[in-house]
Every structure is written in structure tokens, then in C-alpha cells.
Design a protein around this ligand. Structure first.
Ligand SMILES: O=C(O)C(=O)C[C@]1(C(=O)O)C=C[C@@H](O)C=C1
Length: 88
């Protein structure tokens, strides 16, 4: 059990590290959008992203509903961060 929990901890660390890096890039995207007068919200991109992830990673473990919900949360936080970055 300890060994299994260690594996879970390690995957959780990887998820957090990847999310932290993702949001660093999101803030760079916000600066680009600000400089070029582009809107923060890009619905087409959001749809394409979830479609691609569902196609590539959809499985018994990762249902399309789960992927959609997870990325709804991840992208909504990205939108909040972008708005904060632009307001600063
Ligand atoms: O690709 C962008 O334009 C982003 O700002 C990144 C991102 C995302 O989190 O993937 C966030 C907000 C947009 O609505 C679309 C996608």
C-alpha cells in the first residue's frame, strides 16, 4: 500500500508541476493577446483542445465527460489568470 501511495504522490507531483508550467505559458499568451488586441476568450480553441484530448486520451479511465469537466476547470482558471495578468 505504501508503495502504491508513493506512486500516486509522484503522479500528483507531475500533474501539479505540469499545471504550474501550463499557467506560466497561459500568462505569456495573455501578454500576447493584450499587445495584439485579441480577446481572452477563444471558444474555438477551447473546443478543439477538448476534442483533441478526448480523441487522444479518451479511455475507460478517462471518459470524455471527465476530460470535458477537468478542462472546463483548467481553462476557466486560465481565463481568470489571463484577466488578472491583463489588468495588472
Ligand atoms: O489558447 C489560448 O488562447 C489561451 O488563452 C489558452 C486557453 C487554455 O487554457 O487552453 C485559455 C483561454 C482561451 O479561451 C483558450 C485557451
Amino acid at each position: 500500500m505504501d508503495e502504491l501511495r508513493k506512486q500516486i504522490d509522484e503522479y500528483d507531483n507531475q500533474i501539479m508541476t505540469a499545471l504550474d508550467k501550463r499557467y506560466d505559458v497561459v500568462k505569456q499568451v495573455a501578454k500576447y493577446k493584450e499587445a495584439h488586441g485579441l480577446p481572452v476568450l477563444q471558444f474555438d480553441r477551447m473546443t478543439q483542445l477538448v476534442d483533441r484530448l478526448t480523441e487522444t486520451y479518451g479511455s475507460e479511465n478517462l471518459s470524455s465527460d471527465f476530460i470535458a469537466q477537468l478542462y472546463d476547470l483548467i481553462m476557466h482558471h486560465a481565463i481568470e489568470l489571463e484577466n488578472e495578468t491583463i489588468d495588472d
